[in-house]
Design a protein around this ligand. Structure first.
Ligand code: CTP
Length: 406
């Protein structure tokens, strides 16, 4: 187990400050949930999530004052967020009880004791609190033993019905940590999926969970498991196919080289492969432009990869590349060995500019001017003419075009 002392500087400084301010204000904060789980696993890049039975607002405000930071309050969840330069975000919550008035809806929240707060949570490994004063653990659901056994276990049989998004969370966590889902929990999960538990949840919440899955380090494995378990069927039917896992893996590998690419568009396009339409994106929050890119990937990819395969020259390739979205290009690079090199050349070509303006050509204006400059750009790029001859070449081309048009 990592001790608090071993934490990286920003987290450690945050915790030291919390302890100091809590002592001054006579408050008693506990570190809870994800960060305690991660500390017990020896991971140190923890979030700073705190819970108090009393005094969360006093602690949040005093802490913000001390660090000259800002405090935001979320009264419906009884939580505060403190942010300051050079410190990680600090979440401070009042211990709470939750009651699910109907399955799948957000719970009603009331103040409670620490134990209530721990036992309302998703899995035993996320239901541990650490007393910041002395490092003692509060572990009413025996989560530490489950961490040792490396299993994900729910705290009661209705857990997935109360909050079906926990199905996504279980698969995400199991994959990230290399844990297994304990057999009884796995069968509750299957029952919930087969009993259409997701029907009670707003589509927006399901998409949010799906995007979190796409943010995971091993997103392809998480996504393939979600599909295999039928967890994505409520969003867009069952689209499992043999090649899916390999395709997701190839996209994952490409994203590792091109982290700025739009991972949500790419993964969604691959998941929807074959047949996508805008109704599939209800609740996703995709702009029209991004939704179009997903549809293009899902519906047009086989045609595009075939025509790229048949292209023999740069000119032919570039014409195809120019007609598709940036995400389609990324997918082509992922799927076709050797295509990445051509695409890279295309990107350089698209960026390549001549220091030449229409007026420099000293010919009458009209569409032939832009055409001549474009042809000259291609000729310089291909090395057919040296850059210093660009102006005279462009002028010659423009004159010829002008004559041809007469
Ligand atoms: N939680 C829960 N049920 C949910 C969401 C969250 O019980 N549907 C609880 C868990 O105890 C979790 C804590 O709230 O540990 C904080 O949630 P979150 O920050 O989403 O998860 P972490 O466990 O911190 O995971 P991550 O490492 O992905 O941030």
């Amino acid at each position: 187990m990592k001790r608090l002392l071993d934490l990286p500087t920003p987290q450690r400084r945050a915790i030291d400050l919390v302890k100091e301010v809590a002592a001054e204000k006579d408050c008693h904060p506990y570190l809870v949930g994800g960060p305690v789980r991660d500390l017990l696993l020896g991971r140190s890049a923890i979030d700073v999530d705190l819970t108090l039975e009393d005094g969360s607002s006093t602690l949040a405000r005093a802490l913000a004052k001390r660090v000259e930071g800002r405090v935001r309050s979320f009264p419906q969840f009884l939580t505060y967020k403190v942010t300051a330069e050079g410190l990680p975000e600090i979440d401070i919550a009042t211990a709470r009880k939750e009651r699910y008035r109907r399955p799948g809806a957000l719970p009603a929240v009331t103040a409670g004791r620490l134990k209530d707060d721990l036992l309302r949570r998703d899995f035993s490994i996320n239901a541990i609190a650490m007393d910041l004063d002395n490092g003692a653990l509060h572990d009413p659901a025996d989560g530490e033993a489950d961490i040792e056994r490396r299993v994900i276990r729910v705290l009661h049989d209705r857990s997935f019905l109360d909050d079906p998004t926990r199905i996504f969370r279980a698969i995400r966590l199991a994959t990230r940590l290399g844990f297994t889902i304990e057999p009884h929990t796995a069968s509750l999960m299957r029952e919930a999926i087969e009993g259409s538990a997701f029907d009670t949840v707003a589509k927006e919440r399901l998409w949010r969970e799906l995007f979190l899955a796409m943010d995971e380090p091993d997103a392809p494995a998480v996504l393939a498991t979600l599909v295999a378990q039928g967890a994505l069927a409520p969003l867009f039917g069952n689209r499992e196919h043999e090649e899916l896992r390999a395709r997701l893996e190839r996209v994952g590998a490409q994203l590792a080289q091109q982290p700025e690419a739009d991972r949500y568009v790419l993964y969604t396009g691959v998941l929807l492969r074959g047949d996508a339409s805008p109704v599939d994106f209800e609740g996703s929050g995709f702009s029209q432009k991004r939704a179009r890119a997903v549809v293009e990937i899902a519906n047009e990819f086989p045609r595009v990869i075939e025509s790229v395969g048949a292209a023999e020259t740069d000119a032919e390739r570039f014409r195809i590349y120019r007609g598709v979205t940036a995400e389609m290009l990324t997918l082509l690079a992922a799927e076709r060995a050797g295509e990445g090199v051509h695409i890279e050349r295309f990107r350089e070509f698209e960026k390549f500019k001549l220091p030449l303006r229409g007026n420099d050509l000293e010919v009458p204006g009209g569409p032939h001017v832009a055409q001549a400059i474009e042809r000259t750009r291609v000729a310089v790029w291909n090395g057919e003419i040296p850059p210093e001859e660009a102006r005279s070449y462009a002028r010659k081309v423009a004159k010829r075009l002008l004559e041809d048009a007469r």
